[in-house]
Design a binder for this molecule. Structure first.
Ligand SMILES: [Zn+2]
Length: 411
């Protein structure tokens, strides 16, 4: 199975409702094809042309019926479009599939189909080609780049999420700094510092950030923080993220994580007087506000194994302004608001037409890494992107294509 197929299997059942409006038009296509055949009065015997509308029958019926029905509807939609536009459907040139995806799936001026839908369409086209021993056009560069662009557009959300510049992140961390030693602001300040640095250096998606548990993040001597990869279902291909020890304690992700875990552990601890008192004691013992240096290398934190009672405790729970720490994770909206509030607090201005949000951490990392000359493939290892084209789309934004070609025209 290809990656496309696997994803399609997962996504199909969710998209079934979409299929209600894609009533299969096979009969009309049959008529079209047979009437065309009848009209042929050529007496010379020729190899029978492939009946595109019946081409589906060659596809291995091993998939679940619902999945097959979805693919079949997708194939029918494609062949209908090909007939209407005079394009050969079998074999279909990569450029034709790319044209189809753009025209039907992402029409200018109207709502674009979900990337998962486009992936399924391509998968259906590939299946028919493979069943007839033809090269699947969906694996070609033009088609892959359209799918990558669609994912890119989805990830960016609407309004588009602005990448956070490293200098802006530094400014935000510096603005948080004074709050880190004072009750009760220290609680949210330390959580936010850790979230911003883990999100940025780990290039984590918003969903990944809010799903992190204590057992997911460990510290490895001489290396840094390790964020566990993998997961169930569509998350199984999440990469392991390594966040090395930083030079500057203010931007050191292991330091931020350590200082936050100290507070979180104190709050959750067995102190009979309650979490608040334990946190105050912790703050008094390790003020941390003046930043004497790194706390990441010599801090002794109780490791939380996967079977430990607190293994499933959210690493980034909600924090009340009273300093109380919730048992449940922040919502995605809470993360977005926090990033915006911290940015405003540091005087970071948002670019026009885009706003800062949780995705700004991930896109900021990619943008900064590429700007500093990182190999896009190395960036992919940290982001977990499947397709190089998705990372290269950021590279185009960092460095627009040279204008030489336009200059040549001498307009
Ligand atoms: Zn450190």
């Amino acid at each position: 199975m290809t990656a496309l197929d696997e994803r399609t299997e997962v996504l199909t059942s969710r998209r079934l409702l979409d299929l209600v409006d894609t009533v299969i038009d096979t009969e009309r296509l049959d008529l079209t094809a047979s009437s065309l055949a009848n009209a042929t009065t050529d007496p010379e015997p020729r190899p029978a042309p492939l009946d595109v509308s019946r081409a589906w029958e060659a596809v291995d019926p091993a998939s679940a019926p619902a999945t097959l029905a979805a693919y079949r509807a997708d194939w029918t939609r494609f062949t209908r479009w090909c007939v209407e536009h005079g394009r050969p459907a079998l074999p279909a040139a990569p450029a034709v599939v790319a044209e189809y995806l753009t025209a039907v799936g992402r029409p200018a001026g109207s709502r674009a189909c979900a990337p998962s839908t486009l992936v399924r369409w391509v998968s259906a086209i590939n299946k028919v080609h493979l069943a007839h021993g033809m090269t699947p056009p969906g694996q070609s560069a033009p088609v892959r780049s359209i799918l990558a662009e669609a994912r890119q557009a989805r990830d960016a959300g609407a309004p588009r999420s602005a990448p956070l510049a490293l200098d802006d992140l530094r400014a935000m961390l510096a603005a948080i700094e004074p709050e880190r030693a004072v009750w009760p602001t220290a609680v949210a300040a330390r959580r936010d510092t850790a979230l911003l640095l883990l999100g940025f250096a780990g290039a984590l998606r918003r969903s990944e950030l809010i799903e992190l548990t204590l057992a997911d993040v460990t510290i490895e001597p001489a290396v840094g923080l390790r964020i566990r990869g993998g997961g169930a279902g569509h998350r199984r291909d999440r990469p392991v993220r390594m966040l090395p020890f930083g030079q500057d304690p203010v931007t050191c992700a292991p330091c931020a994580w350590t200082a936050w875990r100290q507070i979180l552990d104190a709050w959750d601890g067995a102190d009979p007087a309650g979490g608040r008192r334990a946190v105050l004691v912790e703050l008094h013992r390790r003020p941390g506000g003046e930043r004497p240096g790194h706390v990441c290398r010599d801090a002794v934190l109780e490791p939380v194994g996967r079977d430990a009672p607190r293994a499933q405790r959210s690493l980034f729970p909600g924090v009340h302004r009273s300093g109380a720490i919730a048992g449940t994770a922040m919502t995605g909206e809470a993360v977005r608001k926090m990033v915006r509030r911290r940015a405003q607090g540091a005087g970071v201005t948002e670019p026009p037409g885009a706003s800062l949000g949780a995705h700004s951490l991930r896109s900021g990392f990619i943008t900064e890494a590429l700007r500093r000359g990182a190999d896009p493939r190395a960036v992919m290892a940290q982001t977990g992107h499947r397709d190089l084209a998705a990372v290269q789309a950021y590279a185009h934004r960092v460095a627009p294509p040279p204008a030489d070609a336009v200059a040549l025209l001498d307009l």
